[in-house]
Write a protein that binds this ligand. Structure first.
Ligand SMILES: Cc1ncc(COP(=O)(O)O)c(C=O)c1O
Length: 415
């Protein structure tokens, strides 16, 4: 038996036959994160989590270029042995303060930030994890000595039963995404925290998608609800227009993890350019709240424009807009037709979503124009009708979505 046997059947023909050849395509010439060249045509990028549209911002780009000039492209080693730059410490201090935590550690990816949780879970400890959590939260429990128990997505009654049934002496932690990256809903952090406090469990929130999007200062889901979490993690690749990750919590925990988390100790330092870009983006996120309002306003118009045509955007109340299509091959056909109509979205199929719940995920950023929004809506209307996803004539009524965190005075006008 050769461990590579399984790779031989995974050919391009096989991928095409199951529709998965839509993934790992090459996208050229990104124009400020809103448009790109794809297969010879210019497309609107509606598939990025650069929520505040800062990856194309001149100040963010300049900060990255300046860091490369000053420090080079890499520190070439783990921070444990080759030290940190003041840039790393500055970003850690600012993120900890913003997230309402004592301390933080920055790593080269959001995935690794979640892997840093593993040493907290010892033998007999239990992690209670929402079914829809990001894969990296699952992975961290797998790397730990603890046990994973998954509760149905957003089902707090089941979480409560599971917490009650767990051994009283076990260390317990509840893991949840803040804003869910596929369904676009927001976790019930006050409810989760109440259940956790009642049995001495800790709460970890992955704020990758809500940082910069929720909360009056863009600090994420904890600020939105005014409910603290024990530990907050986040990717820096969404609103912070960079690549990297952060874990924030009590100082003693961060100190402990710097020596016990292999995902921190045995990995190279986050690159100077990425740290500098995240710092510049953080500054803009905090000083230009109008970007967040623009993002939320566009999202509300996008949701309601699609709903008015008869599309189903599920339970999302955020800029993550899932358009339910309901069948794998139809999902890929629709995705391809949308590309031909100039819109690049993300097809989500099993195992990312349950079989039969296939969807196209669309996200517009604060940098998209009203023209981009119209182009996306027009393409969806044409393609949706052709594929039979929406009726030929516009329905008389629809239930509008009110976007979480959008101030009433900024409420989007009806489409
Ligand atoms: C909720 C969530 N957590 C963690 C990650 C991982 O972040 P990164 O891409 O920086 O590794 C992602 C990214 O897709 C995410 O959506």
């Amino acid at each position: 038996m050769d461990v590579l046997d399984k790779c031989r059947s995974w050919t391009t023909d096989h991928l095409r036959s199951i529709g998965l050849d839509s993934y790992y395509r090459t996208v050229d010439d990104c124009f400020g994160g809103t448009e790109a060249h794809f297969e010879g045509r210019r497309v609107v990028i509606a598939a990025s989590h650069d929520y505040l549209g800062l990856s194309g911002d001149d100040r963010v780009r300049e900060a990255a270029v300046e860091a490369v000039r000053r420090y080079g492209t890499s520190l070439g080693c783990s921070r444990a042995v080759s030290g940190s730059l003041a840039l790393h410490e500055d970003l850690e201090d600012r993120l900890a303060r913003m997230l309402g935590q004592q301390a933080a550690a920055v790593v080269p990816s959001g995935f690794q930030a979640n892997l840093m949780l593993a040493p907290l879970l010892g033998t007999g400890d239990v992690a209670f994890s929402d079914f829809a959590n990001h894969a990296s939260l699952r992975e961290t429990v797998g790397l730990s000595a603890g046990e994973e128990r998954r509760f149905r997505h957003a089902d707090l009654a089941q979480l409560e039963q599971m917490l009650d049934a767990a051994p009283s002496q076990a260390g317990k932690v509840v893991l949840t995404d803040g804003m869910f990256s596929v369904d676009g809903d927001v976790c019930d952090l006050p409810g989760i925290t109440r259940l956790a406090r009642a049995c001495g469990a800790r709460v970890v929130v992955d704020s990758s998608h809500d940082l910069g999007v929720l909360g009056v200062n863009g600090a994420g889901v904890t600020e939105h609800f005014g409910t603290g979490a024990d530990i907050v993690t986040s990717a820096l690749s969404k609103s912070l227009a960079s690549v990297g990750g952060v874990i924030a919590g009590p100082s003693e925990m961060i100190h402990y993890l710097r020596f016990h988390a292999r995902a921190f100790t045995f990995t190279a330092a986050a690159s100077p350019a990425n740290v500098a870009a995240a710092l510049a983006a953080l500054e803009i996120l905090q000083s230009e709240p109008e970007r967040r309002i623009r993002l939320l306003t566009l999202a509300e118009r996008l949701h309601n424009g699609l709903r008015a045509m008869g599309f189903d955007t599920g339970g999302s109340t955020t800029p993550v807009v899932p358009v339910h299509v309901g069948e794998r091959m139809r999902c890929f056909r629709t995705w391809q037709a949308l590309c031909e109509a100039g819109v690049f979205s993300t097809p989500m199929v099993y195992p990312a979503v349950p079989e039969g719940s296939e969807l196209l995920r669309i996200t517009l950023t604060a940098a998209h124009t009203d023209g981009h929004l119209e182009q996306v809506l027009t393409a969806f209307e044409q393609v949706g009708r052709k594929e039979g996803i929406i009726p030929d004539s516009t329905p008389d009524t629809y239930t509008p979505v009110r976007i979480t965190g959008l101030p009433v005075q900024a409420q989007a006008r009806p489409v």
